[in-house]
Write a protein that binds this ligand. Structure first.
Ligand code: ATP
Length: 517
């Protein structure tokens, strides 16, 4: 089982690691954890708001009250009131009598602001060198934003703050209800809310609860919608994942019956996790859907989430790339942790070949390779209900390790829709826009004219046909309108002939499962 943040910090303090870097928005909670992990050490504390102070970790009592003007009378020549230089000077002075630093933790909040200053970074580096040489001290940098200067890279260990457990979230909601003198929530509603809050911080949960109560004076099932919407925004703001609203259902997919059948079977497991585990069923890892563009791969990712009745999180590997060493891996770790905290969920990795395409080739990119390695390990080892739906067009660009058994439960190939599938796709899109006109449309004729068209082509044709009928003030959409739209559209099999032939060949060579019957 994964160590908790407290266990991790204790272990690193005992092992003499010089600088720990904790990326968190929850300062108060993280500081409490640090104090518990620091045991009997003295905390040398610094924050933008309070300035410098010292307190005993065990008791929380201030030995040197925060904001003390340390250099008011005896500041060395050239020291200004600038907070950064004050802290740098404190470090320098303490290094002159290292005994003062023995069994201390230098806890620096708002570290990203300080780390922009060269003099401060230099003093921190000097301290880190001394710690590496045996000084019993540790620097903990706490910041909501990753920014690690090169000079400090080799001294820094990055830690991620814990996400709240389901039980802790229930506790926070319970406390909120009590503090606001609201009537107690029925257990099922409390649990539903706690599931909806998974992945958010205590601060965010309290804010959303306050907003929900401000609207109508109490908490009810109706607030779940608000929770989901605000959670979607908060996840988006975090910049590492996107929560996609799940409007598409499995019935919106025409054809791809094998894949749909397979997803229905997995849905039974995800919806009954505890029972399935007790029965001895392995937790599903996920599916790779590869093939022709515009034939329903993304649609399947969205429909899977709706079918499983879980949130859909989209991971854009390109967005994880950071400019500092280790930043991209830290972002991937954060994204995975957030997905695990929200699980059960579907984690949709779009355009997989773009994310990991360069790995292993001549122009191999180091960061991408490391990210790929972390992703593979996670896929291999993951045990929780984070179901990965990865989509890709060109499977030949993917590194072979990814396609090996054990990563994904299955790899499906999606090709151009066959006759029966095109029939269903036409039905679905006409039904969506002109349900009353559907019975009078000669779908067989449309199907016979659209060999080699993709699902997206067909959707485009229906849209165009409806627009034509509207422009001509017709009372109903007719077969003729859609045939006119077909004549004005080139099929994907013409536009992308070579690529599609190559994909089909590859699919046969690798004996991938066909998503269609
Ligand atoms: P890309 O590789 O370009 O991302 P994709 O395979 O993911 O393409 P989708 O985004 O799923 O394709 O399809 C685009 C649109 O085409 C869908 O939103 C849907 O409206 C329509 N479509 C594609 N395939 C189907 C299908 N099998 N059934 C119904 N609609 C479909």
């Amino acid at each position: 089982m994964k160590d908790t943040l407290k266990q991790e910090i204790s272990r690193y303090l005992d092992a003499g690691f010089p600088i720990l870097y904790i990326n968190t928005f929850e300062e108060e909670k993280t500081e409490k954890i640090i104090c518990r992990a620091a045991d009997r050490r003295t905390i040398l504390h610094w924050s933008m708001a309070q300035g410098y102070g010292e307190y005993e970790a065990k008791t929380g009592e201030w030995l040197v009250p925060p904001g003390t003007q340390l250099f008011a009378t005896s500041a060395p020549e050239g020291v200004t009131a600038d907070a950064r230089s004050i802290l740098a000077q404190v470090i320098k002075q303490k290094l002159l009598s290292p005994k003062e630093l023995a069994r201390t933790v230098l806890l620096i909040k708002d570290a990203h602001i300080l780390l922009e200053d060269g003099a401060f970074v230099a003093s921190l580096k000097e301290l880190a060198v001394r710690i590496s040489g045996g000084l019993d001290c540790c620097v903990i940098l706490m910041t909501p934003k990753m920014s690690i200067p090169v000079e400090l890279e080799k001294f820094i260990t990055i830690l991620d703050s814990d996400y709240l457990s389901f039980e802790s979230i229930c506790q926070i909601i319970g406390d909120f209800v009590k503090d606001n003198e609201l009537p107690p929530l029925p257990t099922h509603l409390l649990e539903e809310m706690a599931v909806a809050f998974k992945g958010l911080t205590e601060f965010e949960i309290n804010n959303i609860l306050a907003l929900a109560v401000a609207e109508d004076g109490n908490l009810s099932r109706r607030d779940l919608q608000l929770i989901f919407e605000l959670k979607r925004q908060m996840i988006l703001k975090s910049g590492i994942l996107e929560m996609v609203p799940g409007n598409e259902s499995i019935e919106d997919i025409g054809g791809l019956e094998n894949l749909k059948q397979w997803l229905r079977r997995k849905a039974r497991i995800i919806q009954n996790i505890k029972r399935a585990e007790a029965y001895g069923v392995d937790m599903p890892k996920g599916v790779l859907i590869a093939g022709v563009p515009g034939c329903g791969k993304s649609l399947c990712a969205k429909a899977a989430a709706k079918l499983f009745e879980v949130p859909l999180l989209r991971l854009d590997i390109g967005k994880l790339m950071g400019k500092y060493l280790g930043e991209s891996e830290a972002n991937l770790r954060k994204a995975i942790q957030l997905a695990e905290a929200i699980s059960p969920c579907v984690l949709w990795v779009d355009e997989l070949e773009k994310a990991f395409g360069g790995v292993g080739s001549d122009n191999r990119h180091e960061v991408t390779s490391r990210l790929f390695g972390s992703f593979l390990t996670w896929m291999q080892e993951k045990k929780d209900a984070t179901f990965v739906v990865a989509t890709a067009n060109d499977i030949t660009k993917l590194p072979p390790e990814l396609l090996r058994k054990g990563r994904f439960d299955e790899i499906f190939y999606v090709g151009l829709p066959k006759e029966e599938e095109r029939r269903n796709i036409f039905r679905i899109h006409i039904q969506k826009r002109r349900p009353k006109d559907l019975p009078a449309i000669d779908i067989s004729r449309l199907v016979s004219q659209t060999g080699g068209y993709s699902g997206a082509d067909i959707e485009g044709i229906v849209k165009e046909g409806v627009e034509l009928a509207f422009a001509e003030d017709k009372a109903a959409l007719s077969t003729q309108d859609i045939l006119t739209a077909i004549r004005g559209t080139n099929s994907l099999s013409i536009i992308m002939k070579d690529q599609i032939d190559k994909m089909e060949e590859e699919f046969k060579k690798r004996k991938l499962k066909n998503a269609s019957l």
